[in-house]
Design a protein around this ligand. Structure first.
Ligand code: SF4
Length: 458
């Protein structure tokens, strides 16, 4: 599988890449295909049913999977939809008991009857399975498709081929499957890790478009931080979780400079992004939504505290380096909390951010690899146990911890280390994969274990 850096960083909406962004993309793809099929076959759709399985059925409502599905079927895409429009759309569908397939074809749809959650069933390929079925006026099936949301906003359709990714079918100059291969390629060609990825991206699009795309990603990340640092009130979903980023931001802004540390800013940036994500706002999936705060927080910290002259160049170097590390996890383990637990979300984001920061600190390729390894080593075994299925507790604070661990990982590797280390990144990725496979299902985004059952919802 060839991956682009833009498969790891995607503009989307909260609160979840696997339960919101992925289902919206799958529903959108199904709707587009169905409209085409109806035209070719001259048939009329009289009913659509959606069946959800596994983790999607268990925690989908808390992750706004229902809203995402309505939006996807109605022709909206996660990168362009206005998040503030979604509640209105859901109300319209519920009131009219009808949706407009891909924005054009009216189809009766009753949320209560046609949207079904099968909480005790799991489809064979992945815990996040969904089936879309369309019927004609005689009640005969027109088409039925099974899709899986496999983490980080990636979706696949049965029969399983490759995920829909930006670099599919492209022949890249520096293919790599492991960190070892990546380091060997970089050494052989005298390149940094970010240059390797940039040259691979060059066969997909001109360099200036890649640069513009990366700067756009950072601009959306920073806007998300700014919005999160201003917004107050409580988060939606029923837990009445109070938003804290604005309060922390205000306190920090008024404290004497010598009392404020970089960690304080790093933490408030991560809080801001994950509160925006929990509120269903515009975020960058990086590489998932649950962990969307870690990378912006660490990059924001770097731009504030490091003596950087070329800010645009630094943003690109950071994101390309982090992207290289994210590709390794995507290829050799998984980004899905439903498969790997939270080590697959916050752990991977921490590892990627550590690598990006190590690059900006002037680390060698070996030191960057070490930083990424440290970032994951201390997230191994981290379970996914969101209370009430909402991406709020422990998720929001967990991002602040991931961001701070990333900074420490990068500093340990670059400032105090020399790139020689005992555990390799490949070994830690394989350990993470094995740990994820062995982890009990209740700790993998089902809200059936951990904090989710030991903290009483009120
Ligand atoms: S516990 Fe971790 S993996 Fe699970 S939803 Fe929260 S941030 Fe994501």
């Amino acid at each position: 599988m060839n991956l682009s850096v833009f498969d790891l960083f995607k503009i989307g909406i909260g609160p979840s890449s696997s339960h919101t962004v992925g289902p919206m993309k799958a529903a959108n793809a199904f709707a587009k295909g169905l409209v085409g099929l109806c035209i070719v076959r001259s048939v009329q759709v009289s009913r659509i049913t959606i069946d959800l399985y596994g983790s999607l059925a268990l925690t989908g409502r808390g992750h706004r999977t229902d809203v995402a599905m309505m939006a996807g079927l109605s022709g909206y895409a996660p990168d362009s939809v206005d998040p503030s429009e979604l509640d209105r759309l859901l109300s319209q569908v519920q009131l009219a008991e009808q949706l407009h397939l891909n924005g054009t074809m009216p189809v009766p749809f009753q949320l209560q009857a046609d949207y079904r959650e099968h909480q005790t069933e799991t489809l064979p390929f992945h815990s996040n399975g969904m089936r879309f079925t369309a019927y004609d006026e005689a009640g005969n099936e027109i088409v039925s498709e099974v899709w899986y949301s496999i983490g980080g906003g990636f979706v696949v359709k049965e029969p399983i081929a490759a995920a829909i990714d930006a670099a599919a079918g492209v022949s890249i100059p520096f293919p790599f499957e492991s960190a070892r291969e990546l380091l060997r390629l970089a050494k052989a060609h005298g390149l940094t890790l970010s240059e390797i990825i940039a040259r691979n991206e060059d066969v997909i699009r001109p360099r200036d478009e890649t640069v513009a795309g990366l700067l756009r990603i950072w601009s959306v990340m920073w806007s998300c931080i700014e919005r999160g640092c201003q917004a107050g009130g409580v988060l939606p979903g029923g837990l009445k979780v109070k938003r804290r980023a604005a309060l922390h931001f205000s306190k920090l802004s008024n404290m004497p400079t010598n009392e404020v540390t970089g960690m304080d800013w790093c933490s408030v940036y991560a809080l801001a992004v994950n509160e925006e994500n929990a509120a269903g706002g515009r975020v960058v999936t990086a590489p998932t939504n649950g962990a969307a705060g870690v990378i912006p927080a660490v990059l924001g910290y770097a731009l504030k505290y490091l003596p950087i002259v070329d800010r645009d160049g630094a943003v690109c170097q950071f994101l390309l380096t982090a992207g290289a590390i994210g590709m390794l996890y995507k290829r050799n383990a998984s980004l899905s909390a439903a498969e790997m637990g939270c080590q697959g979300e916050v752990g991977v984001a921490c590892s990627m951010a550590a690598a990006g920061l190590a690059a900006l600190l002037g680390g060698s390729n070996e030191q960057i690899e070490e930083a990424a390894e440290i970032g994951m080593e201390h997230h191994l075994g981290l379970t996914c146990d969101p209370i009430a299925g909402l991406v709020q507790i422990p998720c929001i604070e967990r991002n602040t911890m991931g961001a701070i661990k990333a900074v420490n990982s990068a500093r340990m590797a670059v400032i105090y280390g020399d790139g020689r280390h005992f555990v390799s990144l490949d070994q830690v990725i394989e350990t993470m994969r094995q740990t994820g496979v062995d982890m009990q299902v209740k700790y993998k985004e089902t809200s059936l274990g951990g904090l989710a059952v030991n903290v009483v919802e009120c």
